[in-house]
Ligand binder design. Sequence first.
Ligand code: ADP
Length: 161
Amino acid sequence: MAVGVYPGSFDPVTYGHFDIIQRSAAIMDRLIVAVLNNSSKSPLFSVEERVNMLIDVTKHLPNVEVQAFDGLLVDFVRKNHADVIVRGLRAVTDFEYELQLSQTNRVIAPGVDTIFLTTNLKYSYLSSSIVKEIAMYGGDISAFVHPSIAEKIRAKFAGES
Ligand code: ADP
């Protein structure tokens, strides 16, 4: 039974993240999307909001679950008896950071491997930060996030939530 952990900030989840979730869930028995509760970044959405948004967009995928985590990723991976970490690669700019991260994780936890899925070309330019920037100026983000997420972003910038 192969269990994967797909960690990230997901602030908020985009179609790029969702594509990686769908594709990795298709090759694994169980996928845990792990939402980082990171106190050093100041996210737009709270960790509870980010978890709930992910639950909403993945509810039709029976082998996907969503959990919040803090602390070391490898500890979370071990605690959940997972086999691999899943990460997405968009461009060479992601590569250096991702390589450093995965090698460090292997040193501190030799049994934990990382697999990379390359982005769907359609979403290779897409990041949560870009979506937030467009939304902040009232732009149309419907090509980047699920409709329910777009509404939550709109409400957040309008001060309604
Ligand atoms: P982090 O703060 O850990 O970088 P993100 O939420 O930005 O968290 O991203 C989580 C993971 O999803 C990372 O592996 C990132 O490279 C990947 N990712 C983000 N956007 C895309 C995309 N458009 N296509 C493929 N992978 C993506």
